[in-house]
Design a protein around this ligand. Sequence first.
Ligand SMILES: NC(=O)c1ccc[n+]([C@@H]2O[C@H](COP(=O)([O-])OP(=O)(O)OC[C@H]3O[C@@H](n4cnc5c(N)ncnc54)[C@H](OP(=O)(O)O)[C@@H]3O)[C@@H](O)[C@H]2O)c1
Length: 244
Amino acid sequence: MKKQTIIVTGASSGIGKEIARHFLEKGDNVVINSSSAEKLEKVYKELGGGENLAMVAGNVKYKSTGEKLLAMAVEKFGSADVLVNNAGIYETKPFLEVDEAYLDQFLNTNLKGTFFTTQAIIPQMIKQHDGVIINIGTPLVNHALGGAPSTAPLASKGAIHSLTLQLAAEFGNDNIRVNTIAPGVIRTPMHGKNADAGAGLHLLNRVGEVEDVAEMVYAVAKSNFINGAIINVDGGMAAGHNLN
Ligand SMILES: NC(=O)c1ccc[n+]([C@@H]2O[C@H](COP(=O)([O-])OP(=O)(O)OC[C@H]3O[C@@H](n4cnc5c(N)ncnc54)[C@H](OP(=O)(O)O)[C@@H]3O)[C@@H](O)[C@H]2O)c1
């Protein structure tokens, strides 16, 4: 299988860290990112700090972070083949309590982070006539839960789903595939110790693990014809619930 260079944002924790580990184990090159340099350096060491690994700290809301990620990938490994826009935040707050500053946090990290990091990397993929963008969304954009008031994060994630289709349309002729993977509740630090409380939201009556998402990201990266797709990795959450 062709060795690829993968850029993973938000890789100092949870799903992003596992995606980085998965590709490294399979022999690919990986450039990891998160906004906290301290957290990122710790994970860089945890992942072995080997020749196939590089890191760039920075907030994804700035296009300059994406440009630095691209420079690192190209200088160290010679290409930028896969971008995983994983950096993201989620919290609940009732709609009427959301003010502009709160909404902006989600628009900045989730939407602008995905938008501008992609904008920084795509010119290189056009030059290569080859590239894969994988965004991380959520089935909740089409599946509302009254008990989890989350208009701010979901407005930003819904935009990522739309962006996915439009980018796939604009860059298909450049052999660039753009997809979104939408995980159900996954056991990560985002949920603290409460992840299992969400088990009944899934038809499998259990939450997902970071490996479940990393395996799908890997499959999409290595595939040849998956494009413009929203792929649920959600234990059946979008189909229904196992609540009694
Ligand atoms: N866990 C779930 O149940 C679930 C379900 C559906 C979708 N997702 C999505 O999956 C992705 C990963 O979630 P997770 O559960 O793994 O969360 P997590 O454990 O909290 O990790 C989030 C990562 O994003 C980084 N990050 C946050 N803001 C950033 C910014 N502005 N710039 C750069 N990096 C930033 C964090 O590092 P720093 O703190 O160092 O910045 C961290 O590495 C998110 O997009 C999330 O919305 C998660």
